[in-house]
Design a protein around this ligand. Sequence first.
Ligand SMILES: Cc1cc2nc3c(=O)[nH]c(=O)nc-3n(C[C@H](O)[C@H](O)[C@H](O)COP(=O)(O)OP(=O)(O)OC[C@H]3O[C@@H](n4cnc5c(N)ncnc54)[C@H](O)[C@@H]3O)c2cc1C
Length: 342
Amino acid sequence: MSEAIKTDVLIIGAGPCGLFAVFELGLLDIKTHLIDILDKPGGQCAELYPEKPIYDIPGVPMVTGHGLTEALMEQIKPFKPTFHLGEMVEKVEKIGDPAFRVTTDAGKVFECKVVVIAAGGGSFQPKRPPVPGIEAYEGTSVFYAVRKMEQFRDKNIIIVGGGDSALDWTLNLHPLAKRITLIHRRDDFRAAPHSVEQMRALVSSGKMDLRIGQITGLEGRDGRLSSATLKGNDNAVETIACETMLPFFGLTMKLGPVAEWGIALENNLVPVETSAFETSVPGIFAIGDINTYPGKIKLILCGFHEGALMAQKAHRYVYPEKRLVFQYTTSSSSLQKKLGVS
Ligand SMILES: Cc1cc2nc3c(=O)[nH]c(=O)nc-3n(C[C@H](O)[C@H](O)[C@H](O)COP(=O)(O)OP(=O)(O)OC[C@H]3O[C@@H](n4cnc5c(N)ncnc54)[C@H](O)[C@@H]3O)c2cc1C
């Protein structure tokens, strides 16, 4: 087990609510680390609708999911939070009163006084395509994400899907791969038009293949893929030699390991009281889409409010000896100093 990273507050989830919690905690001199399964901050805003406009952030008539994430990242810069991206929190154990040990799937261990669960709808998980026997190849020949491009050098790769992920990885892996075959159920792509154009240019110049149809079977041994069967839209059946398949069928959200952390759950959500959004375990808070209470609405602005109230109570655990004096950013020179604006 690696040496524990010590922090005041550990935030699980770097979606908009986890990010804004850094700001509210930072104003109170509370240091934060954030962990997220995704390889980037922003949660649903970054993963599900980066280009879509949001119209109900107070004082901001319109901002895209990406724009809001960028703005929050800029706003929390003065507090220098540490991000641990591409890691999933697996275990949360109580080790004090309150104090917690948190472990990720990468084996990282944290010790903190307060845990803030800002895990949204849980973990984003790839949708599995309906191909019989695909489970036997997952993790050895079938991958739902590209973590290291080098792994795919000199491979015959089948990429399945018609969205941005499928097209982006087709273009990114093309220079490394032995041969790429892109498969989509129709000759019409949801991905960015310039990516589709680049892909079609590669196909026209014979540098990669495009097939329209669906994978109906996989062949191989011991988890190692050797070929895939394609049924074209014209019902013609073709066998395509491949060592790797990358299906990009979108993501669903699953609660994931939150259910195993000893916290009371209600319909896969974390019930909290509404004065500080604390859970059934003192010192563990839940804010944003993951929590539930009478009248809860899953809106970003509600999660921001929850983060502000959570921070006030977290201060009591982090600095039990200090009295908290309420201050406005407009008029407090000490808050402005922390923000680096005076
Ligand atoms: C298409 C669409 C449009 C929307 N439009 C609006 C809108 O206009 N206005 C509005 O207010 N809201 C909108 N929403 C809802 C809004 O996006 C959510 O309310 C908001 O994202 C919730 O933020 P969050 O920080 O609680 O969770 P999320 O954004 O879901 O982030 C949670 C993060 O936690 C991570 N995580 C989960 N489990 C773990 C774990 N075990 N370890 C590590 N990390 C973990 C996830 O990877 C994720 O990144 C929209 C949602 C969708 C899908």
